[in-house]
Design a protein around this ligand. Sequence first.
Ligand SMILES: Cc1cc2nc3c(=O)[nH]c(=O)nc-3n(C[C@H](O)[C@H](O)[C@H](O)COP(=O)(O)OP(=O)(O)OC[C@H]3O[C@@H](n4cnc5c(N)ncnc54)[C@H](O)[C@@H]3O)c2cc1C
Ligand SMILES: NC(=O)c1ccc[n+]([C@@H]2O[C@H](COP(=O)([O-])OP(=O)(O)OC[C@H]3O[C@@H](n4cnc5c(N)ncnc54)[C@H](OP(=O)(O)O)[C@@H]3O)[C@@H](O)[C@H]2O)c1
Length: 404
Amino acid sequence: MGLFKEDDTLIKRVWVHGAVVVGAGPSGLAVAACLSDRGIPSVVLEKTNCIASLWQCRAYNRLNLHLPRQFCELPLMGFPHNFPKYPSKNQFISYMESYAHNFSIKPRFNQGVHTAVFDPDCGCWVVRTNDFEYLSRWLVVATGENAEPVIPEIAGMESFRGPIMHTSAYKSGEDFENQKVLVVGCGNSGMEVSLDLCNHNASPHLVARSTVHVLPREMFGLSTFGIAMALLKWIPLRAVDKLLLFVAHFTLGNTDKLGLRRPKTGPIELKNVAGKTPVLDVGALSQIKSGKIKVMEGVREITRRGAKFVNGQERDFDSIILATGYKSNVPTWLKETDFFTKEGMPRTPFPDGWRGENGLYSVGFTRRGLLGTASDAVKVAKDIWEQWRKVEEIPNPYSVINRL
Ligand SMILES: Cc1cc2nc3c(=O)[nH]c(=O)nc-3n(C[C@H](O)[C@H](O)[C@H](O)COP(=O)(O)OP(=O)(O)OC[C@H]3O[C@@H](n4cnc5c(N)ncnc54)[C@H](O)[C@@H]3O)c2cc1C
Ligand SMILES: NC(=O)c1ccc[n+]([C@@H]2O[C@H](COP(=O)([O-])OP(=O)(O)OC[C@H]3O[C@@H](n4cnc5c(N)ncnc54)[C@H](OP(=O)(O)O)[C@@H]3O)[C@@H](O)[C@H]2O)c1
């Protein structure tokens, strides 16, 4: 059965027996696996032609997980035993592939969802791609907090003589050997890309326009994140923050003196209230101390040959890399619901932002990385299962339509 689009091409309409999951990244795969484990089918729609597209297509080569493996595993299947403490990007991708294979998850690729809306008449979600309309009682949003690059408008950008790219397109410093490169943004991407540039004999200038917490990835041989998680069980958050900052000061020195001013709020509190991730240092700081990475305050203007900075200095550059972060794309396609803010994040804060109304769910919007994904996926699958048990016997209203 089909509908016609305005240009007279046919859209196929399918009733999904189970849930529609939008996005085949770690969150989409995790929820599909948890549903399958409870005997509930799902259809995973993915706009690109592969699973975990952020990791396969939009991450630089030297990327390793910054958190130890036990904090990055998805539910029901751990990493292989021979994986190191901090798996590489390629190891993570191979884990995702085995995960999808193990739970027989076969996403429908090249199915970018452009609208999803709840139809109160049929009591189901109507999810449209270019050539299909999927109908389902449950819609799981798993398109990620990092769906689209943030490209800021900086005065004069259009006049720059060289290439300007976002970190999502950056692969390796090999392409920038002997170049002077301006890296705008000093989150984990900006710091790590600057380090990679240094390792390939490029000369990066890193823009830190505001404050940032830099912490060592490990303290006393243990992961900083792991220490923080353990301490939070016993002592108040602000005390944990104080302790982390004390050790960070002791091991890294005063980062303010390097141009990386610390926020007044502690790193965990800041992450919780503003979603701002601390940088876990994997070597960039020592290159800043040695002067190989130069830290600059904000950019005032991009010129044809380089940039003018807020402190009045002017420098020539060959390339500009925007390490300016990412944003959710949910508001562009999920319509007529106020479950998400205009920034595309659940309005209800963690830990309750996974369930909306009318069978709407989100997985992976907790600002807690893969740990948040795992916890959401388990909760969502359980909640759908509780309804599934009751409705399984009721015939669906679209039994005449193609079923998936
Ligand atoms: C460089 C980088 C490194 C990171 N490293 C870590 C790390 O070490 N540890 C950690 O915990 N987190 C890390 N993160 C955060 C990371 O984004 C998540 O942990 C993880 O990828 C989130 O998975 P996700 O499935 O929620 O989102 P994504 O991985 O972004 O997957 C979302 C999927 O949805 C698809 N999609 C988007 N829009 C649509 C649409 N309209 N229709 C259909 N499909 C759509 C996308 O193509 C994508 O495949 C990193 C992020 C970046 C950018
Ligand atoms: N190995 C890893 O685990 C790893 C590696 C990379 C990334 N990640 C994760 O991926 C996510 C995204 O990280 P990210 O570093 O890409 O983005 P991010 O954490 O959002 O950092 C973006 C940076 O860009 C700056 N910025 C934004 N607009 C700017 C402008 N117009 N001018 C100057 N600076 C500007 C921000 O400054 P302000 O703070 O002033 O806004 C911030 O410093 C995070 O969760 C991160 O932890 C993980």
